[in-house]
Design a protein around this ligand. Structure first.
Ligand code: KG4
Ligand code: ZN
Length: 353
């Protein structure tokens, strides 16, 4: 009889919380063997934002093909897998259910364990996957379309929320500003590209919550300030668009960098991770790299492909949970909202999905 392999030996990750269907294979929780992502930009572009019903329908059509692609690229058969990790939330429930149902069914057919993963635990795991020197304690800045928050990560099962946005997420602000400037969906990369041609000091914009509000953020006022400047300048020429994009990006990034520095100081730690879709932003990456050099700290950004939604991060986070003996049952459900930590400031284990 062959020896029973540990559950985290070869883990398939499945992620479908928003408009990306993704699958990936990770060996021993550390080695990325494959990462397949299928986006849906062309499906949602005519609407200027993600249409949940269209997202889940497209996921249904894509899921088996994306999982097969991940297995093929990794050079493994489904029968070789020792565990499955799936995003259980937060996200769009209809979207989540597609990956979740597929992952649970596959694990059941193969007779291997399945574990539900919190999407934000996945984003943080992407940084640990990218840089083995990133060990707790460290500060994690999560910046995505749905979240903007700072965490302190102690032993891998202990996470405390240090601060979060009181209104819009920073990625959401990028997306809304893109729309105001007439830039195409998805907004973040488009604003960032336009900003490269503009002057970040051209238009004075507020830095909300800078120097106050502890480690909390606020992005809806900044978006409104951009809307007012847009109205004032209509009709917008290419110069206006570039300057507004650059000025907005500078304001948004200034606050993120300042709060990250404040968190490092307050928590007295020397390692940081910046993760989530907005971590793909070039200005943020270079400003944080500067901060890290100045303070002599380690600042880790996942490679751009692992900043935006992907399944490698889910497989990596899931592998750790499987190694700790965590298992989810077939009754595992999707959830649309749930904090990574139940109460800000209270240290607790990552919630069992
Ligand atoms: O993590 P993610 O792929 O999905 C969520 O979990 O939300 O993040 C998507 C967000 C979007 O708001 C998108 O506009 C933003 O990340 N984003 C960027 C860049 N690339 C993606 N924002 C600024 N600059 C970028 N280069
Ligand atoms: Zn995400």
């Amino acid at each position: 009889m062959s020896a029973v392999l540990p559950a985290d030996r070869l883990v398939l990750g499945v992620e479908s919380s928003c408009d990306e269907m993704a699958a990936a294979v990770v060996r021993d929780g550390r080695e990325l063997l494959s990462s397949a992502v299928r986006g849906q930009q062309e499906v949602h572009r005519p609407y200027g934002g993600v249409v949940p019903e269209l997202a889940s329908r497209d996921h249904v059509r894509a899921v088996s093909e994306v999982v097969e692609r991940a297995l093929e690229e990794a050079g493994v058969r489904a029968e070789d897998l020792t565990g499955v990790a799936v995003t259980a939330g937060p996200g769009l429930v209809g979207s989540l259910l597609v990956g979740l149902s597929f992952g649970k069914a596959l694990a059941w057919r193969l007779g291997i364990p399945c574990v539900g993963v919190h999407h934000l635990a996945g984003h943080l795991a992407a940084a640990e996957l990218a840089e083995p020197a990133l060990v707790p304690p460290y500060v994690g800045l999560v910046v995505s379309g749905g979240h903007t928050a700072l965490y302190r990560i102690d032993a891998s099962s202990e996470v405390a929320c240090l601060g979060a946005t009181r209104d819009d997420a920073v990625g959401e602000a990028f997306d809304k500003v893109a729309r105001l400037l007439g830039l195409p969906f998805p907004g973040g990369p488009a604003v960032s590209r336009a900003a490269e041609q503009g002057d970040p000091d051209a238009i004075p914009l507020p830095r909300p919550m800078l120097g106050r509000g502890g480690l909390d953020f606020s992005y809806s006022g900044l978006k409104t300030a951009v809307a007012i400047e847009v109205e004032r300048r209509r009709p917008l020429g290419p110069r206006d668009v570039a300057d507004l994009a650059a000025s907005f990006e500078a304001a948004a990034v200034d606050v993120l960098v300042a709060k990250l520095e404040q968190a490092l100081e307050q928590e007295d730690v020397s390692r940081a991770a910046v993760v989530g879709g907005v971590a793909a932003n070039r200005r943020l990456r270079s400003r944080v790299a500067e901060l890290a050099r100045d303070r002599g700290v380690l600042a880790v950004f996942p490679p751009v492909a692992l900043c935006t939604d992907n399944a490698a991060m889910i497989a990596a986070a899931g592998a750790r949970e499987l190694a700790r003996g965590r298992r989810s049952g077939l009754d595992l459900g999707a959830f649309s909202r749930a904090p990574l930590v139940a109460t800000p400031g209270v240290r607790s284990a990552r919630p069992v999905a």
